[in-house]
Ligand binder design. Structure first.
Ligand code: 87F
Length: 527
């Protein structure tokens, strides 16, 4: 597998190398003092592996740099403030959208009684091994063991049944921001596959299928926006196959991302129409306008902290993280570059004034005035953390009433007059955001391979491609493809059938079964 190994997982004590730096010699604006190599040697900054050479190890190292801390329970990770701030920014966007949709936030308990959990057998059956149970309090056994929610259908729907009586109680639109636990056995990977994770789960009930259908797509579009507009990660919107959909529901839509380095698809978020399956099980009925008893139509949808992992994998480079400005906790870091006996206080004051001006304009800016680190060390440190834009202020800048900007995404440096700085920085942040998306999109496009035959499919799979193939849309055929591609790195499966379907000429055959193809579908190995 590509993620960090279980063995690696258990290494919780990371060697922290944070040596104080000897007083900087010859540091001028834009130069950063010591050569990069020296800084790395001196301070332990920098990554020990390249993204292209050992992706799993690279990812683990990038995550460990202030995003997560490994924990002494495998598959559980500490979200440090840097990653939690990113989650909070996405939360603020999505929560505001929920309010526009008139979805109400609520909070249901963490524990599920065995009775409630087993009430809906269809969907729980396959997932049972992943459910974690609390069996004791202190030394005594609990009379009834309690499950920890892996998702909240069985927790919430008994109350949907209680609260929904008449057509005036509809629609019911609830959401909760919470943690869930799924005791995964396959290779844990920070953000991407962890045993506990954070998410929002939306659960809604409508009188008609049309209303439910419309909401499924509305929410999916919000998920697209989180990925593409905020995280600058290109996704494909589409329909899950019968085999890959949520078994308890009617149909599942998803946004799918792709990681070129590993050649794996990754399900970014799902928006399900549950149909009336849960309404039947949980007796969620209401009296309609005609006085008859009718069943509700339900949806559920979620996105998780996995979003952060997909973003790291997509954008990071050999210097560490690269954060898109829209989700960066700090968008601009301002670093003083003092020189010998030059006007150090003046430089510091200029840094503080720059941060105030940027902050007032709504830009998340911070100065780094620490005197125990050299400018060079600070550059590397903030590059590692992925801050999109660095501003350096040195004696020459002070003299010329200018600052130097350095972009994290492409390294481009510019000297900017302090007069028009705020406007210029705003523009730069927009450009960085756009460029990151474009670069990621081009990289993904370069991985897409359209195949027509099984041979082309197997070759494309070997070459880690994102495969688009004409398919007969039969469950048995997908199961067969999985069988035929089973290997150490996992089997290939459908990712989704894109809503945006290329033309399918009459007579096109399924790449796997040779039967008439019904649609184009993306295939690949996946996380
Ligand atoms: C693991 C253990 C028990 C996924 C599980 O996608 C149950 C489950 O129901 C389980 N893993 N699922 C499917 C979750 C479906 C659905 N729930 C609400 C979502 C969106 C939010």
């Amino acid at each position: 597998m590509d993620g960090p190994s279980e063995k690696k997982e258990k290494v919780v004590k990371e060697k922290v190398v944070k040596e104080k730096v000897v007083k900087e010699k010859g540091a001028t604006s834009g130069q950063g003092g010591k050569k990069k190599k020296d800084v790395k040697k001196e301070t332990g900054l920098g990554l020990s592996v390249k993204k292209d050479e050992n992706f799993g190890e690279w990812y683990s190292e990038v995550c460990k740099h202030e995003m997560i801390e490994y924990y002494d329970i495998s598959g559980c990770y500490i979200l440090r403030p840097w990653s939690m701030s990113i989650w909070e920014i996405m939360h603020a966007f999505f929560d505001a959208e929920l309010k526009k949709m008139k979805v109400k936030n609520c909070y249901f308990p963490l524990f599920v009684s065995p009775g409630a959990l087993e009430r809906e057998t269809d969907h729980i059956e396959g997932f049972a091994p992943e459910v974690a149970w609390v069996t004791k309090s202190g030394k005594s056994d609990l009379e009834v063991p309690l499950a920890i929610r892996p998702t909240s259908e069985t927790v919430m729907y008994p109350y949907f049944s209680k609260w929904i009586r008449g057509h005036r109680d509809l629609p019911l639109k609830l959401n909760q921001w919470c943690n869930v636990v799924r005791w995964e056995f396959s290779n844990p990977t920070p953000f991407i596959r962890s045993r506990e994770f954070l998410w929002q789960e939306g659960h809604t009930a409508y009188a008609t299928k049309e209303e439910a259908d419309a909401e499924v797509l509305h929410v999916l579009e919000l998920y697209r926006r989180i990925y593409e507009e905020y995280l600058a990660v290109p996704i494909v919107k589409g329909m899950k196959s019968e085999n890959e959909k949520f078994a308890g529901g009617l149909y599942t839509t998803s946004v799918e991302a792709f990681i070129p380095n590993t050649g794996r698809g990754v399900q970014g978020a799902t928006s399900h129409c549950l149909g009336q399956n849960f309404a039947k099980m949980f007796e969620i009925n209401y009296e309609n306008e005609k006085g008859e008893t009718a069943m509700v139509w339900q949806n559920s949808w979620a996105y998780t902290t996995r979003t952060i992992g997909v973003m790291i994998m997509t954008h990071g480079d050999d210097k560490g993280l690269i954060l898109p400005p829209k989700i960066a906790p700090v968008q601009v870091v301002v670093i003083p570059v003092p020189y010998k006996d030059a006007n150090t206080q003046g430089i510091f004051d200029a840094c503080i004034a720059t941060v105030s001006a940027l902050s007032e304009a709504g830009i998340r800016a911070e100065e780094d005035l620490r005197d125990n680190y050299s400018p060079g060390w600070k550059y590397s440190n903030w590059e590692m953390k992925g801050v999109p834009l660095r501003i350096e202020i040195g004696p020459r800048d002070l003299e010329n009433d200018q600052v130097r900007t350095v972009r994290r995404d492409n390294g481009v440096k510019e000297d900017i007059p302090r007069g028009g700085l705020v406007e210029h920085v705003k523009e730069l942040l927009v450009k960085i955001q756009e460029n990151m998306f474009e670069v990621a999109k081009q990289k993904r496009e370069a991985c897409v391979e359209v195949v027509k035959t099984w041979d082309e499919f197997s070759n494309a799979l070997k070459e880690k491609k994102l495969i688009l193939a004409p398919w007969c849309d039969e469950k048995e055929v997908e199961i067969d493809v999985k069988q035929r591609t089973k290997g150490e790195t996992g089997a290939a499966k459908t990712l989704c059938s894109p809503f945006d379907q290329p033309e399918l000429p009459e007579g096109t055959l399924c790449f796997a079964s040779g039967k008439p193809a019904k649609k184009w579908t993306y295939w690949g190995r996946s996380y």
